[in-house]
Design a protein around this ligand. Structure first.
Ligand SMILES: NC(=O)c1ccc[n+]([C@@H]2O[C@H](COP(=O)([O-])OP(=O)(O)OC[C@H]3O[C@@H](n4cnc5c(N)ncnc54)[C@H](OP(=O)(O)O)[C@@H]3O)[C@@H](O)[C@H]2O)c1
Length: 261
């Protein structure tokens, strides 16, 4: 197994990592960093062709095993699909990354189905995946889980109401699990990126430094916000403004984004 650089220390968790939403953006950077660190990887997304190409590329670049798991986390059979593909693999590192797409829209114009789909993926499905892999890690005496939330979870975002609420849920859940899962020797980190270049976002930080910030913070703190601008923005919103001022300023900003969509 090839191991490189500072990532080598991550192998203390075990030999297999799993990343959901591995074919683009932040998930793709996690898959690359973990493969470069020497993990065998189980990679999940909907598009089987892209997944297989990614597995071939990482396996050949880093001399590791890479398993493709084509799966739609929005479909009811996601857990049996994942179980069938991973039960024989000692997954010791899990990145809960694939989430619902953010949007700018007026609450009353949103379809109820879209909102339910967003909440289902970002809360119920991700919760179930955490419990599934944490249970296995606890039985194996430890592991690591990274929950990808968002800076949106630290703020209140009008015109992205249920998305930002779902990200706040992930942050609160993740910080609680950071404490609770320590009893099972599981390091749990919630990552709250700001805008990050990805399939759906064309500005912001590059995904690799976002992911490296998370990997460096894992085991040291409950959550991390990558980039000083994002840190400052969250701090100002939470601690330097009244709730009214914070909500009004984000609302005014979000309204300008709505107009430019
Ligand atoms: N980019 C940002 O600015 C930003 C900021 C804060 C937080 N985040 C969070 O970071 C995470 C990743 O976002 P990203 O922008 O990096 O993503 P992205 O570039 O849009 O890529 C999404 C990945 O998830 C997969 N995916 C999407 N829906 C899926 C589903 N229903 N089932 C299985 N796989 C699915 C996609 O592949 P397929 O299409 O083939 O399924 C792809 O691999 C999300 O949780 C997001 O909320 C992103």
């Amino acid at each position: 197994m090839a191991t490189t650089g500072s990532g080598r220390a991550l192998l203390r968790y075990g030999s297999w990592a799993m990343v959901t939403g591995s074919t683009a953006g932040i998930g793709r950077a996690f898959a690359s960093e973990l493969a470069a660190a020497g993990f065998n990887v189980a990679l999940l997304a909907r598009d089987a062709g892209q997944l297989q190409a990614q597995c071939r590329e990482l396996a050949s670049a880093w001399d590791i095993e890479a398993v493709a798991i084509p799966c739609d986390l929005g479909k009811p059979d996601y857990l049996p699909t994942i179980t069938a593909a991973t039960d024989a693999l000692p997954i010791a590192f899990f990145v809960n990354n694939a989430g619902a797409a953010s949007y700018h829209g007026r609450f009353l114009e949103r379809s109820a189905q879209d909102m339910e789909d967003c909440l289902n993926l970002n809360t119920a499905v991700q919760l179930r995946l955490i419990q599934h892999f944490a249970t296995r890690m606890a039985a194996a005496h430890g592991g690591a889980i990274i929950q990808v939330s968002s800076i949106a979870g630290h703020m209140t975002l009008p015109f992205m109401a249920e998305y930002s609420a779902s990200k706040a849920y992930q942050l609160t859940l993740g910080e609680a699990l950071y404490y609770e899962l320590k009893d099972h020797r599981i390091d749990f980190l919630t990552l709250s990126p700001g805008a990050t270049r990805s399939r759906r976002v064309s500005y912001g930080m590059e995904p690799t430094p976002v992911v490296r910030t998370a990997l460096a913070a894992l085991g040291r703190q409950p959550s991390v916000i990558p980039g000083w601008r994002n840190k400052w923005s969250a701090f100002r919103h939470r601690h330097l403004k009244s709730r009214r001022a914070a909500v009004h300023s984000m609302g005014a900003f979000q309204r300008t984004q709505l107009r430019s969509d």
